[in-house]
Design a protein around this ligand. Structure first.
Ligand SMILES: [Zn+2]
Ligand SMILES: [Zn+2]
Length: 128
């Protein structure tokens, strides 16, 4: 049952990513946060809290530090909200294609500090 669920989620994700890519040129569809060298492209309608939690996680990807789970989450499981996000980090490499585009799925619990960032796909693009 879990496997089936995971399969459905991944299929849904692929469709979401495809629709993000298709509408990436349309600025009104997505929320773009420019943070110096890195541009974060969030799905339309994502809360600003989810955005800042993703950005914080993005910069701490290697840090699997202790997270504090609330008692409710320990008993009942997390109340997860999930979203797909694309990041573009400009001028990562010296030669073209220089810019790194990464596709993430991000889950965050609205009751506690739990977050989960998964890199789905990454590619180099020539954009600048
Ligand atoms: Zn939780
Ligand atoms: Zn670039």
């Amino acid at each position: 049952m879990k496997k089936l669920f995971a399969l459905i989620i991944s299929v849904a994700l692929v469709f979401c990513i495809m629709s993000i890519s298709a509408s990436a040129d349309d600025a009104s569809e997505n929320i773009t946060v420019n943070d110096g060298q890195t541009v974060f492209i969030f799905e339309n309608g994502v809360s600003s809290e989810m955005q800042s939690r993703f950005i914080a996680d993005y910069y701490n990807l290697d840090d699997n530090g202790a997270e504090t789970y609330g008692l409710t989450c320990t008993l009942l499981g997390h109340k997860l909200e999930s979203t797909n996000t694309i990041t573009i980090t400009h001028k990562v490499r010296a030669t073209s294609p220089r810019c790194l585009k990464e596709y993430f799925t991000f889950e965050a619990c609205s009751r506690c500090d739990y977050t989960n960032t998964t890199l789905i796909h990454s590619e180099y693009i020539s954009c600048c």
